[in-house]
Design a protein around this ligand. Structure first.
Ligand SMILES: *Cc1c(COP(=O)(O)O)cnc(C)c1O
Length: 492
């Protein structure tokens, strides 16, 4: 299994090289030269542990990594850091099947991939005789940052630098990041939005002169954003796990299609579902849920991707994105691997802020359905589902639920459907509690943790323990134009 770029025909490289490098030198994303097919049955899925499923899926993408090494990575990633042995439990309520991806150390779905990425990275280093320190450079809309910090803090031979939009993350998210310990960590607030952070990080990656300067100091950049295949591939596994559980619980019969609804920002999570489907997992529709930043909804409606529009800060901040990086991989696949076309589209996106897909490519989008929900609607669903079904959703999951309800009304499609639940409600306490009752309006995130605890059974997640009083280690804030300088300052 080898990897090539979405923007250029190059000599394919190995998975471990793609993981180390993060992004191709001309700015393209690494993609498998051919998507593998599942070589096991859905009945087997219903019997296997999460770790076994992850192994059976990931080995198809990373066949270069020896079995015992891959198992080592998986067993160290999906261990007691997660608060349930199931790792990704499927919870059935009256109206929904929720795939809960928030049982890891930072209580959002980014843990599913970022708890394993450091192990894959170290394995890749070893396989390639890479002796330089790996510098993980990451832009975050809130959740990736903390999950990456959690994964890489104190990992020998790595450093991690995280940029986040200073005013674009929740109070809890910010506190989680700023209180990270570890000599090798650096967290910086940026006066700008997530797209500014992400674009600048991509530019820093492509800056060859800077790369050489750092190389001479024994550093090599890599990425923990979902542009890294080492993050994408582990995410494919939980769709297989979800199907196994739907089967185990009698919600589908073997081979019957299952739809998925995914609250989407950078398009990584839903792309993983698309990969699972292409590999042969019986997935029907891929329902892509957006908040008011509904650039993807408009794209699925019209075939034109247009980021020229106002940017909204919403109550589902991890989806406040106008440039969904991983869509580039989908464009590559549905264009028949036309690197020139993808490259032109990405240039148009950079220069004019938009591009349109061809009619042929639109064919390839037929299994996707786009929908969106604004904050008012999202919060109404949090209240409704809590009151009617006793299940408390976070704002991101609620966007997905709202879009699913619209989809049902519009299509009457009764295919069993899994709603991907990407964050614990504890991570967005203010938004969730005010959705239930406006009396919480004046109370901050931290004060509402206990109030929320009264509503939810079970222990409060460890991630929230004493969160308010932890020591702040990171205090730096910068402009977008200063980001590169901040990197230099931390490293030398
Ligand atoms: C990152 C994130 C998303 C968006 O996922 P993508 O893979 O970027 O589309 C949705 N919800 C939460 C809670 C997230 O952290």
């Amino acid at each position: 299994m080898l990897y090539t770029s979405t923007r250029r025909k190059l000599n394919p490289i190995t998975a471990t090289k793609a993981i180390l490098q993060g992004i191709s030198s001309e700015g393209g994303l690494f993609v498998p030269t051919k998507l593998p097919k599942m070589d096991f049955t859905v009945d087997e899925l219903s019997k296997w542990s999460y770790q076994e499923i992850a192994y059976r899926v990931m080995r198809l993408f990373f066949d270069e990594i020896q079995d015992e090494d891959l198992k080592y990575c998986i067993n160290h990633a999906y261990d007691e850091k997660f608060d349930t042995k199931e790792i990704a439990p499927l919870v059935h309520t009256k109206t929904g099947h929720f795939l809960e991806l928030f049982h890891g150390p930072t209580i959002a779905f980014k843990d599913m991939a970022l708890s394993i990425l450091p192990y894959l990275m170290l394995t890749s280093k070893r396989y390639n005789g890479e002796e330089k320190d790996i510098v993980i450079l990451t832009a975050t809309s809130g959740d990736t940052g903390k999950a990456a910090l959690e994964g890489f803090a104190n990992v020998a031979g790595t450093k991690i630098i995280v940029f986040f939009p200073q005013d674009g993350v929740s109070e809890v998210q910010k506190q989680q990041m700023l209180t990270t310990e570890g000599e090798n960590t650096c967290v910086i607030g940026v006066r700008g939005n997530f797209d500014d952070c992400q674009s600048t990080v991509k530019e820093i990656f492509q800056d060859q002169v800077f790369a050489e300067e750092l190389s001479s100091k024994n550093y090599k950049f890599s990425s923990a954003n979902s542009i890294n295949v080492g993050r994408l591939v582990p995410q494919v596994a939980y769709y297989f796990a979800a199907y196994g559980k739907m089967l185990r619980d009698g919600k589908v019969v073997a081979g019957e299609a299952m739809n998925v609804v995914v609250p989407t920002g950078n398009f990584g999570n839903i792309l993983a579902a698309y990969y699972a489907k292409e590999m042969g997992l019986p997935i029907g529709k891929l329902i892509c849920a957006s908040n008011s930043n509904k650039v993807l909804f408009d794209f699925f409606e019209s075939g034109t991707y247009d980021r020229n529009r106002p940017f909204f800060l919403t109550e589902s901040p991890s989806m406040d994105i106008l440039i969904s990086s991983n869509l580039e991989r989908l464009l590559y696949h549905i264009s028949g691997e036309d690197t020139e076309l993808v490259s032109d589209m990405m240039t148009a996106l950079k220069e004019e802020g938009k591009y349109a897909v061809t009619d042929k490519m639109r064919e390839g989008l037929k299994d996707f359905y786009g929908g969106y929900a604004d904050d008012v609607k999202t919060k109404a669903y949090i209240k409704k589902v809590y009151e009617e079904e006793g299940y408390l959703m976070d704002t991101h999951t609620a966007v997905a639920y709202a879009v699913y309800d619209d989809y049902l009304k519009e299509t009457k499609d009764e295919t069993p459907t899994v709603i991907v639940s990407t964050a614990s409600p504890y991570k967005f306490t203010h938004s969730v509690m005010t959705a239930l009752d406006s009396k919480y309006e004046e109370i901050g995130d931290f004060k509402l943790l206990e109030e929320m605890h009264h509503l939810i059974k079970g222990d409060m997640p460890k991630a929230m323990d004493q969160i308010e009083t932890r020591k702040i280690w990171h205090k730096e804030v910068c402009d977008v134009s200063q980001m590169k300088e901040m990197v230099r300052k931390f490293l030398v």
